[in-house]
Write a new protein. Sequence first.
Length: 147
Amino acid sequence: MHLSFPAVAASVPEARRQVVQLAERIGASPATVADVALAVSEACTNVVLHAYREHEAPGVLHVDAHERDGMLEVVVADEGGGLRPREDSPGLGMGMALMAAVASGLQLDHDGAATRVHLSFELQPPVPAATPENGAEPPGGSPADRD
């Protein structure tokens, strides 16, 4: 999926909706879908708020998403001025930490012409190991079942 939008606030819900629909179509768990929605919203909002602040007209918000090897890979990109501190930022400055907390992987890069946020998500979260502490029996049942 390759999408481009004007970098305006009204584009964020549409970008999120389309990536969430892709995540659902390729079999992401409900928890993963929620994480995708949150991280994509944050990454797109960062483009709207920060990427083109020195430009008179809105720039472009690019979103690419695809499935690869059991992962949803999402790249949110702009053609703005790069990652720079903003003293007048309307946010709390927690966006990158939030994305890192909900995504399986987060990488940022800037090549002088574009800034890209690479997000990856496991479609199905790993199943926790069966232990007596979490109330599950290990494979083969309990020792009492084997007697």
